[in-house]
Design a protein around this ligand. Structure first.
Ligand SMILES: NC(=O)c1ccc[n+]([C@@H]2O[C@H](COP(=O)([O-])OP(=O)(O)OC[C@H]3O[C@@H](n4cnc5c(N)ncnc54)[C@H](O)[C@@H]3O)[C@@H](O)[C@H]2O)c1
Length: 329
């Protein structure tokens, strides 16, 4: 483990463990919260990000607290290898990704270039640098495919049948980690997040329905629901997700771990919960449009393994999480 050597008044050498963590995608929604948490525990942190969907604004307090931002694209193998070699981290948290289901359907080769080739570049750079631990941001929302055919909430052992290129590209990232474990004893974990929501989520993207709805609610706009609104998701608050990521980095647990609540919440239920916060109790009535391709009808993921192996369970209720999200706008 990387350490810092200090002499105490008696002249004896003390070794303080300063963890060095590299966060790809650290300027994004989840990544920037993770960076803040790592800095709070005293880590030395480098962020590798091309700022395509993330921003310096998300990193304002992190950069002021001493984190370093390296601007670069994970598709550039030499650049990520150089950043890893220069910083020599103990842990890489790999969150940089193309994260939109719709874009993955419209541009599957682009999705694969970032989420497969980019991920392989980061994994390989870590392996060559002799990394201690690799934490991969995978998806619980898109990797299992249609939840209607499963016993929900889905366990990690469920058959993986993604319905969009994004789900497949994350699954391939997980498969590379399995391969690197067999080939090099590479120490990694893949965290399959539910639908993460909270402050700093970009309402302009297509991925964060909570961010989009919260922004509309504040502006007095009307939400659009694609389909009949009965589709369910597993909404998990960002602080809970960051706790799971940090906990997973401290263990040697291998393989896939779901990070969700295990509870199915429909879009209509989400709207009902948000309507309670509508300005002057005006309500929050949706308009309906056609269901989108690649969207699953039902999903929720079982967090039991995270409880057993990481001692983690979500602690933020949907009510409390929505309030935090709205208050931050
Ligand atoms: N938000 C969710 O609900 C959710 C659910 C499941 C999995 N995930 C995964 O968690 C991770 C973080 O998601 P997020 O919601 O914070 O998304 P985000 O878009 O806010 O963050 C992604 C970050 O990666 C950076 N990035 C994108 N392409 C890059 C590239 N080629 N090179 C370098 N940096 C690049 C972006 O600039 C951004 O800062 C992603 O891997 C995503 O697939 C998110």
């Amino acid at each position: 483990m990387p350490g810092r050597r200090l002499a105490n008044p008696q002249g004896l050498l003390l070794v303080c463990a300063v963890m060095k963590s590299l966060v790809t995608g650290g300027a994004g929604f989840i990544g920037s919260h993770l960076v803040d948490a790592l800095l709070r525990r005293g880590d030395e942190v480098t962020i590798f990000d091309d700022l395509s969907s993330g921003s310096r604004e998300n990193l304002a307090s992190a950069l002021a607290s001493g984190a370093t931002l390296v601007e670069g694209d994970i598709c550039d193998a030499d650049r990520i290898q150089a950043a890893v070699n220069d910083f020599n981290p103990g842990t890489i948290f790999h969150l940089a990704a193309q994260g939109e289901v719709r874009r993955s359907i419209d541009e599957p080769a682009f999705d694969a270039s970032v989420n497969v080739v980019g991920a392989v570049n980061v994994i390989d750079a870590g392996q060559k640098a002799g990394l201690d631990r690799f934490v991969f941001a995978s998806t619980g929302g898109a990797i299992y495919g249609e939840g209607d055919r499963l016993d929900l909430p889905a366990a990690e052992s469920s058959l993986l049948e993604p319905l969009c290129p994004y789900g497949l590209s994350k699954m391939v990232g997980e498969k590379y980690l399995e391969l690197y474990r067999r080939m090099y004893m590479f120490n990694s974990v893949a965290l399959r997040f539910g639908n993460v929501y909270g402050p700093r989520q970009n309402p302009k993207g297509e991925a964060g329905v909570v961010a989009i709805f919260c922004e509309l609610l504040k502006q007095g706009g009307r939400p659009v629901v694609f389909g009949d609104g009965t589709q369910t998701r597993d909404y998990v608050y960002v602080d809970d997700v960051v706790e799971a990521i940090v906990a997973a980095s401290r263990t040697d647990v291998e393989g896939a771990i779901n990070v969700g609540t295990g509870v199915e919440i429909s879009l209509l239920q989400l709207l009902e919960a948000l309507a309670k916060h509508s300005p002057e109790g005006k309500g929050f009535e949706p308009e309906f449009d056609e269901k989108r391709p690649g969207e699953v009808m039902r999903i929720a993921i079982d967090p039991s393994r995270a409880g057993l192996e990481l001692g983690w369970s979500p602690s933020t209720s949907l009510e409390a999480g929505l309030k935090e999200t709205l208050d931050a706008l």
